[in-house]
Design a protein around this ligand. Structure first.
Ligand SMILES: [Fe+2]
Ligand SMILES: [Fe+2]
Length: 185
């Protein structure tokens, strides 16, 4: 795959490469970028636990989305590019949320379950499930954004900017999936 060949030739942090890939692809909303997370501080108005559910909650989270997109890309040939492309963006979302949790003194040592992951019986069904999951993500990030809004510390402002970016990507995914669903008979 071209992506992996490029990765082999890449020097520097893999996360920089992945973000560069995603932001230059059609699978992310590149009009909003990722904020700098280097200056996040513990006890600066934001709790790491606020990000646990969106990272790995069993019924809907970045972790579940990644698995659902990867499985759907394997099952349905016509869905390979879109599901995998979006899935890679979800992986970056997970990585950024993980950085926030760790920087704020939290832990990602959580047992998560994919019991609630839904498997589509055909491609249309699979895309429908992914649309539902994107809508849930939009709901979750909208709530989190409201919670972060009044926190005007450096940490609060950076976390708010990150969630705004994640929300913009999920809205973009919903648009891409809606468009793709219309092409299916
Ligand atoms: Fe996501
Ligand atoms: Fe998404």
């Amino acid at each position: 795959m071209k992506l992996f060949k490029t990765l082999l030739e890449h020097e520097g942090p893999v996360s920089d490469f992945a973000i560069g890939y995603a932001e230059s692809s059609r699978f992310a909303n590149s009009s909003i970028g990722y904020p700098d997370l280097d200056k996040l501080q513990k006890n600066d108005g934001v709790k790491p636990e606020w990000f646990y559910d969106v990272r790995d909650r069993g019924d809907a989270s970045e972790m579940v989305a990644i698995h659902q997109y990867v499985d759907n890309s394997s099952e349905f040939e016509e869905y390979v590019d879109l599901a995998l492309g979006v899935g890679i963006v979800e992986m970056i979302h997970l990585d950024r949320l993980t950085d926030v949790i760790m920087a704020l003194g939290g832990s990602v040592k959580r047992h998560w379950s994919n019991k609630a992951q839904v498997f589509g019986k055909d491609v249309k069904d699979a895309v429908g499930n992914d649309i539902k999951a994107e809508k849930q993500a939009i709901k979750d990030y909208t709530q989190l954004l409201k919670k972060l809004e009044p926190i005007k510390t450096n940490t609060g402002i950076a976390c708010h900017a990150l969630v705004k970016k994640l929300l913009a990507d999920e809205e973009h995914h919903l648009k891409l999936l809606d468009q793709f669903q219309k092409t299916l008979s």
